[in-house]
Design a protein around this ligand. Structure first.
Ligand code: ADE
Length: 241
């Protein structure tokens, strides 16, 4: 694969990988929506699309809307062979998750906060967007695999919990389904790579776990993302064996 786009939300999540790739900031690219960094690795072009900083609130633009915009711009202008939604996420002890684990998406990516009790729209709300088959890669690189589920909240309510348990998701984030949605609409292969900062079923508050583990998880993500790039680069689009 000659062109790989990595869509990320928080600059703290991206910082180790930008350093490891010696990525350079690109100028003049939809500055209100994204901050772009480019790098070359084994003669492949790597784009790190950061979802930007909110103009009014001054914080990193986490969540689905910036992720969808960023992914659209990345695909439209960079024409990647594959898009990776990379970042941090919550996991569950009950699903075998541990802080610092890195998961690759498996099966599909879903939403757990879009409940639409109308004929045909229930499935539309959940999404179940396709992901690249990555079990072989996961076994080789020591990644865990699981369904990734997305909402725009760091926490979850009882209705979210019902949808999460129905999907059997092992990883919970705030962007993957939005990135996967755009990829499906634009026929670009997709995968999510997520490092666990917090365990949702642990008694410690999610935000406290997240703050305590963000820097360590971002380093783990960077290490595994480089290995994933090195796995993908020599392969053809559609060949994950
Ligand atoms: N990112 C990191 N931890 C998360 C969680 N528990 N839920 C959603 N996104 C997250």
């Amino acid at each position: 694969m000659k062109r790989i786009a990595v869509v990320m939300a928080m600059s703290a999540e991206a910082s180790p990988v930008l350093t490891a790739l010696s990525a350079e900031a690109a100028t003049g690219v939809a500055p209100l929506v994204v901050r772009w960094f480019t790098a070359t690795r084994h003669r492949s072009e790597i784009l790190i699309a950061l979802n930007g900083r909110d103009r009014r609130f001054g914080v990193d633009s986490i969540g689905t809307e910036p992720a969808a915009l960023s992914t659209y711009v990345a695909i439209d202008r960079f024409r990647p062979d594959v898009v990776i939604s990379a970042g941090t996420a919550g996991g569950w002890e009950r699903a075998g998750g541990a802080i610092g684990d890195v998961y690759v998406s498996d099966g599909c990516v879903v939403h757990h906060d879009r409940r639409i009790a109308l004929e045909g729209f229930r499935e539309y709300g959940i999404g179940a967007y396709p992901v690249l088959p990555a079990r072989q890669m996961a076994a080789t690189l020591g990644l865990k695999t699981g369904i990734v589920t997305t909402s725009n909240s760091l926490d979850e309510n009882d209705d979210d919990r019902l949808m999460i348990s129905a999907s059997g998701a092992a990883v919970k984030d705030m962007e993957a389904a939005a990135v996967a949605y755009v990829c499906e609409q634009m026929s670009v292969p997709f995968m999510a790579l997520k490092a666990i900062t917090d365990l949702v079923d642990h008694p410690t508050a999610t935000a406290d776990q997240f703050n305590a583990n963000l820097s360590m998880a971002a380093k783990r993500l960077s290490e595994k993302l480089l290995e994933v790039l090195d796995w993908l680069i020599p392969r053809e689009r559609g060949d994950m064996s």
